[in-house]
Design a protein around this ligand. Structure first.
Ligand code: 5GP
Length: 191
């Protein structure tokens, strides 16, 4: 999606450790008009899939999922990364490794929010090694619900998470696909 590529080129910064900083519009300050166009595009891509719920993971996925949900007219569920006292003891949990923090965490969703009758669209901001997305797919599968696919704003295709998950049969739609990025050569997108 040209809009996402242009936003990345004009408004992001490459940090050490293969991290693209998008705090200006996606990860800290939120550009709502931009998110609205993303929500519309996810709806265009998945409108024929009879989505009944959107699943994302805290924290940056939440805003994107909420705006997209207004087009699908479905609830948003977000996986929590820590087991707070207000989570009931009846939950699904899946281990994942955080790309940006380097630590391991449990992605947790209360069982009452994933039913076998649901068809999920999974939304996240980035796809790198695929750990977060894999955890979300597994949570839905544990509950016996269906997965229509995943909508990702920025995929770094050179990190192969997307390739592996697609090989396993998942539909993943990424709006911007970065083929390479470095401070010296800048950002190159997949054609
Ligand atoms: P993965 O689990 O696919 O390795 O990484 C995806 C998760 O890590 C996303 O939910 C996102 O929060 C974070 N992430 C991965 N790469 C980047 C990046 O280049 N920039 C930012 N800001 N977050 C990233």
């Amino acid at each position: 999606m040209k809009l996402v590529e242009e936003k990345i080129l004009h408004d992001s910064k490459i940090l050490n450790g293969d991290v693209l900083k998008v705090s200006n519009f996606l990860n800290h300050q939120l550009d709502i008009q931009f998110l609205n166009e993303i929500g519309k595009e996810f709806f265009r891509l998945f409108s024929d899939c009879k989505i009944t719920k959107i699943l994302t993971i805290e924290s940056s996925g939440i805003a994107i999922a909420c705006i997209a949900a207004q087009y699908f007219h479905v609830p948003v569920v977000f996986a929590k990364k820590s087991k707070t006292t207000n989570i009931s003891s009846d939950f699904y949990s899946e281990e994942a490794k955080s790309y940006t923090h380097g630590n391991h965490y449990s992605a947790i969703v209360e069982k009452q929010f994933i039913s076998p009758n649901d068809t999920f669209l999974i939304i996240d901001d980035f796809l790198a090694n695929g750990k977060a997305l894999h955890a979300l797919f597994s949570l839905v599968e544990k509950a016996g619900a269906k997965i229509a696919g995943a909508g990702i704003v920025i995929e770094k295709t050179y990190q192969q998470g997307g390739e592996k998950l697609r090989e396993n049969g998942y539909r993943i739609e990424s709006l911007a696909r970065i083929a390479s990025m470095s401070p010296e050569d800048g950002i190159k997108f997949v054609n």
